[in-house]
Design a protein around this ligand. Sequence first.
Ligand code: IVH
Length: 679
Amino acid sequence: MEDRTSQELQKKLNNLRAEINFHNYRYHVLDNPLISDFEYDQLLLKLRKIESEHPELITPDSPTQRAGAEPAGKFDKVNHPVPVLSLSNAFEAADIWKWYERILKLDKRVAGTTYVVEPKLDGLTVVLHYRNGSFEMGATRGDGTVGEDITANLRTIRALPLKIPISKDASESPEYIVVRGEVFIEIESFYELNRRLEESGNKPYLNPRNTAAGSLRQLDPKLTASRPLTLMTYQILYIEGRIIPSLRTEEEMLSYLGELGFPVVDSTYCQTIAETISVHSDFEKERTEMPFEIDGAVIKINDRELFESLGYVGKDPRGAIAFKFPAQEVTTKLLDIGVNVGRTGVLTPYAILDSVKIGGVVVKQATLHNFDFIAEKDIRIGDRVAVKRAGDVIPYVIGPVVDARNGDEVIYKPPLLCPNCNQPVEHIDGEVAWYCVNATCSAQLVRNVEHFVSRGAMDIVGLGIKIVEQLISAGFVKDVSDLFTLEKAELLELEGFAEKKADNLIESIAESKKQSLARLLTSLGIRGVGEVIAADLARIYTDLDALSFANEEELQQIEGIGPNIAQAIVDWFSQDTNKNVVLKLKSYGVWPRSVPQTEIYTGGTFNGLVFVITGTLSSFTRSEAKDFIQQRGGKVTNSVSKNTSYLVRGDNPGSKFDKALDLGISIINEAELQELASE
Ligand code: IVH
């Protein structure tokens, strides 16, 4: 009797754990959940309850054990079962052809071989050991032979399966399998993390890669668990046991990893070297739209036997090569430090650099973040500094090359007066920033207007910073609402304005009155209210007046809004100058209204559908198309998978198009997207 109940309990536990693992996989690996977060939490609670009543039945691979471990004193060293190799690098197409010729000389079979191309993820290599289907141990790469045991930290990563295979219909797990993957942070999650940090008065992180590296090497797994780490795998390092499928090609290996329940890197099959090179160019074009940072493409010979037989040069296999994007990090001389006055009066230092090419673009300036950063890194004028430019991020200084100093470098002192209006600057307790608090400082107004008209905000075409400065110094614009009363005669007084240019500008200003409430909210430049929060607010409040009545408590109920942003919103609407701007906007007809969330979601024609967009669209910008889909309950992701419902194809589509064709995903154009919405 005893035995039967304990057997039943064990069975119940196993089923519950399998169910949780499965839903975790749907959410974190497939990006396609089947149940709500609430339902998921209920399952987890149920499991926790049983385990707390029967602690003897807790196993390390239970989904409750992701962040349970105590802080470690240090990381133990572990030997890898096989060397964890690296790759040789290529920087130009010519290097790829040379690679091809080299390996062709070694083995004639190369002439007829095929390739797979994968994005080169800019993260940290990890080595994951699974025994009898359970995640047993995970290590860093270290020197390729010996790494460090970071099992407890890896367990906290939700995309990492604790048990394989995840679903019952997949093939069984081999007795022992060691998988290689890359741990990284997605760009969105990185921004979100920084937003949370800034919100709580902490300093933001510099870039996703360093944050991921630091997070993986935390001795306390609870800290790791609080960072949005994710994982993708791309190689089986070692496999043993009865159930070893025949894995003749790299493609077969990747799809086997997928069957076991691992998140797997996207791969593109190529028949020729020329094709691999064109996939690399596609990646380079699509790079800024990808959800994570990549630093190149990895080209691999598909045939695993041929790959192996080509052998190695040192630690690099001959059968694969990393085709990197042009260097994004270079060193150059810091000539001087300038100071910008932002739209809230915040002073931001920037580096004036000896101009240098980074990733094909000439860079003369880079951000230095804030004055504390300069002091902490001990950055001196005259220093050689490392500068990075990643994707479409503004170039930033990483730090000085201390060894390159010759003694002529000068320690920098932050200004005591605003560089624009010469009024004393102030520091707010608990914040890193220094502010110019002079409400009439013209630099702030310029930034305000510049932000108001920018692409992500009111998107007023033809109103660049030069014109903004002209309008302000001529006295035509004293706050953002004055843009809407500008007259042609006034514009004609300004240098560089003729009839046509004046007409066009007046027209695009008038046109911007049609922008959405979310955009208008973004454009006001309320501290902490960017595009995302603005869109959230516009889903709840119907116009600026409605929002102006909201109190802090009510605002904090909204996800993503903490006490600081709530206070910033209330403060903004309580200031007389801003009240006046709102009144003026209303009287000039700049008064978009929104439809509250419930109305949008109940009728969501795209509920449950997943879209991917590729190429250039003509009637939408990317973010408009995204809004269009999301407002109808649909989801937009960045890469095509079998869960994609539709690929929206614009002009010059990238490799996502080929992938969609391969997978048989429905491909539609913009007009069809709109039609679909009206069905
Ligand atoms: S394959 C023999 N594939 O790049 C296979 N590596 O420079 C060797 N990496 O240390 C690695 N994405 O950390 C491979 N799709 C990918 C990759 C990838 C990122 C990293 C990996 C490696 C480094 C080699």
